[in-house]
Design a protein around this ligand. Sequence first.
Ligand code: DLL
Length: 432
Amino acid sequence: MGNYYQKEIECASRDEMIAIQNEKLVKQVKRVYENVPYYRKKMEEKGVTPEDIKSIDDLHKLPFLMKSDLRDAYPYGLMGKPLSECVRIQSTSGTTGRRVVAFYTQHDLDIWEECCARAIVAAGGTKDDVCHVSYGYGLFTGGPGLNGGSHKVGCLTLPMSSGNTERQIQFMTDLGSTILCCTPSYAAYLSESIHERGVKDQIKLKAGIFGAEAWSEEMRKSIEAGLGIKAYDIYGLTEISGPGVSFECEEQSGMHINEDHFIAEIIDPKTGEVLPEGSVGELVFTCIDKEAFPLLRYRTRDLCVLSRKPCSCGRTHVKMSRLMGRTDDMLIIRGVNVFPSQIETVLIKDGYPANYQIIVDRVNNSDTLDVNVEITPEMLTDTTMGISEREKQLVNDLKAMLGIKAAVHIVEPKTIARSEGKAVRIIDKRKI
Ligand code: DLL
């Protein structure tokens, strides 16, 4: 078993990391220019040659790749290796347009699984752990990624996939799962189901590695309390490999980006200008050693902040904050920018579960915002506050957070559909 706390890399000095990145970037740009005609054309249009890229300081000269490029080049147009050298594809669900298909050589799979192994180790995982993987398996990267990482660490790996909550809990209790990997919304649902069955004391979980969708600090606290664990955020996207592009350590204050494989930049989503450390902007990744799908300057549409403040865990890799939304999930309601994460923060702060739905519509030429949220069984029996009072309180708290008024509807427990993968929380009828 390898040591997947790769101290010399994860704790390298800034100069050492820049040297690694410079060397890999120069080679990667040359490789992509020679092997990916689609990107070569983009470079030519911008008047950039591989010789212009001598170090990471020249990164900004390269053209961006966007989701629309992936669509234009679908399915093979961005490949950096012939199909005969590829061993795997993974894909997104394609809910926002044509699906993304990403290719991997064996080398790419090794990098990806190594990144996931680092994430598991950072969450306290060792070969003595039982790693319960409830992300979906198949085309979605969640299951295969964490499964590979768990193998590398040497954990006993339970490839549960998503769904069948009864069986999940049975295996969890029978086999003594210690690390749970799934979406935060499914973790919340599992926690609720475990409590309902009265089997909390038979659960040996100590940590959870949750990602693939936005979740708030309040939701973290509620999952941690419900399952009696430490909950770690993990981030990634199919285009760049999958989960493990970045992950949280014991400090739980942002995710270390695996900088020896992916260079991160933050740009102004409107102008494309690179922003200084500490600015909120769109995250852009350059893969510096992937072979089959070597995306350079890929615009993720995810909004966050990068920070190089020293971390108490000793890792020196740059940290990205929790995602603040996506450039494309920001709702503009009556001219005001609203992120679903802001709504979740209010709901959970006021004690509601993360079972909610945001419905946006347009009535008489004006946008409407409705928030449906489940009440908890405890709140139902609490006689000190009625439903209409509760709704009023939420309307006020949401107004304070968003700056606009939302209609709030408190609904019975278990009336909003649970998700086993990524939760669907926004219904924007204006687009239908
Ligand atoms: O969701 C990969 C993944 C699997 C990450 C398991 C973490 C755990 P995609 O299906 O391609 O890949 O979706 C990528 O999901 O651009 C973000 O908008 C969102 N996302 C991923 N991780 C997080 C996170 C996987 N920790 C898209 N917090 C990304 C918030 C996340 N959003």
